[in-house]
Design a protein around this ligand. Structure first.
Ligand code: BGC
Length: 484
């Protein structure tokens, strides 16, 4: 079969002849535990479809399946100036988007690093920080002041229930955030209030999940874009469903929303299989979950998103060093014992080391953890990083396959963004291979029918297009949420 998609990864296992028998034995166990074969992937996808359906049902399920109130496909002809902000895992991004029509746009943006303590700060502190950043940005891009109220699309990458487009009741924090006083509340008035205090003419017109933004931005430039995906600090996907296929909306919509209307769905499938029916969890996954601020939640995300990959590696290594005593003999393990000391760039850099003796890995362990490694240890470490990276990519595509099967998509562009998709070595190749393992496409196909493609800027352009579509609906007197 000739594939025009990414090629399978190079075999990088190397030789393990100098590795001690006890360490080899342990590696074989890890190989088994972390490998997710095609049959398991297909089983996960089947269960995933059931859970997507449950999430849309009146009784609900693990996966929230939140209607996003974007009820049009963008035409690419939307125009106007919009502000967009994106409260992501590590940065706050502020963007001025000029939609030019003809599937074109211009953007001006600033990034503000979120201070580390913000993840656990007080609610008022967070909103005040965002409002200050917005003020700075607006003063910079409109030095003479702006004459009209600027419509703002707020990309909020956490599970938020929406009864209408300019609302988002935070269900629960994810990705290690735990700011008090926000869960269970609508974040839009909190932000709007803080903006009022700094006295800038901005109105929050739409609250948008990053996946929905990614979907709509990509659809603005590519009519084949059917899914919006994030493989980053967290994982999630969005797609367009049809109102009549969303039982939980039955009887709750105004008459001006026809049952044939499209409706974006923010799946929030990081919560897939919280009941633990099919996920092949290792003891390390169980430990990550138990030690997280929200045990029992985001079970799927905890096995494959960027927030956890370095941490998984850390606890595997600590197990081998401290419990099994088969690596890092006589080394100071104090840094390795620090939770979350290794971010995702750590396993990524291990996998990227081009040298035969893995000298980059040696340097990394010395610099970050103060640990001196032997060559056999480094070979084993590299293999473990590969196992974790490969498992992440294979699990990641289960959501794509499930949505495509559910909606009956035989072909699709699945628009993806996020640090793991962008930067983790071989992620794209491994993900494409995993889709082939799931779909078992016939050998005579020239191209993979369902492909993951790089997304357009969801939280900038996507948020702006959604704000534009919302303004248009409001001007036409159409509803943008549930029946009052
Ligand atoms: C959040 C989602 C978000 C995803 C990717 C998850 O932790 O719950 O809302 O889309 O991360 O950023």
């Amino acid at each position: 079969m000739v594939h025009l998609g990414p090629k399978p990864p190079q075999h990088r296992k190397g030789t393990f002849t100098d590795v001690s028998p006890e360490l080899l034995k342990k590696l074989a166990v890890l190989e088994k535990e972390f490998t997710v074969d095609g049959a398991t992937l297909r089983k996960i996808v089947d269960h995933f479809i059931t859970e997507l359906d449950k999430g849309l049902s009146k009784t609900g399920g693990n996966i929230p399946m939140i209607p996003g109130w974007v009820m049009e496909y963008p035409t690419g002809e939307e125009t106007g100036d919009y502000l967009a902000i994106d409260l992501g895992g590590t940065n706050l991004r502020v963007v001025l988007v000029k939609l030019l029509g003809g599937r074109k746009f211009d953007t001006t943006q600033s990034k503000f690093a979120l201070p580390e303590h913000m993840r656990l700060a007080k609610s008022e502190e967070l909103w005040a920080f965002i409002a200050e950043c917005l003020k700075k940005f607006v003063e910079e891009v409109f030095p003479e002041g702006c004459k009209e109220v600027l419509p703002l699309g707020f990309t909020f990458s956490y599970p938020a229930s929406q009864d209408r487009i300019n609302e988002g009741v935070l269900q629960r924090w994810t990705k290690g955030w735990a700011i008090e006083g926000v869960e269970g509340k609508d974040v839009v008035p909190m932000l709007q209030e803080a903006i009022k205090k700094v006295d800038v003419p901005i109105e929050v017109v739409a609250l948008i999940n990053d996946t929905t933004g990614t979907l709509v931005a990509s659809r603005y430039t590519d009519p084949e874009a059917k899914l919006g995906l994030i493989f980053g600090t967290g994982v999630n996907g969005a797609y367009y469903d049809i109102v009549k296929d969303i039982p939980k909306l039955e009887g709750k919509l105004e008459d001006d929303i026809p049952i044939e209307s499209p409706m974006t769905i923010n799946c929030e499938y990081g919560a897939f299989d919280n009941e633990l029916v099919v996920l092949p969890r290792t003891k390390y996954d169980i430990q990550i979950d138990e030690e997280s601020p929200r045990p029992g939640q985001q079970s799927f995300e905890k096995m494959n998103s960027g927030y956890y990959l370095g941490e998984i590696l850390r606890i595997v290594l600590l197990d081998l060093a401290e419990n099994e005593k088969i690596i890092f003999k006589d080394q100071d393990l104090s840094k390795l014992k620090k939770p979350y000391i290794l971010d995702t760039s750590f396993p990524a850099r291990i996998e990227e080391d081009p040298f035969e003796n893995l000298s980059d890995v040696a340097e990394l362990f010395q610099d970050v953890l103060g640990i001196q490694t032997t060559i056999p240890e480094r070979k084993v470490i590299r293999r473990i990083a590969e196992l974790i990276g490969e498992r992440s990519a294979r699990l990641s595509v289960c959501g794509i396959a499930a949505i495509c099967k559910k909606r009956g998509y035989k072909t699709a562009h699945c628009a993806a963004d996020g640090s793991v998709y962008e930067k983790y070595p071989d992620f794209k190749i491994r993900a494409a291979k995993s889709l082939r393992d799931i779909f078992e496409w016939p050998d005579d196909l020239k191209e993979d029918p369902i492909v993951i493609v790089p997304a357009e800027d969801g939280s900038g352009v996507g948020a702006a297009v959604i704000a534009a579509l919302t303004e248009k609906r409001l001007k036409e007197g159409k509803s943008v949420g549930l029946k009052a």
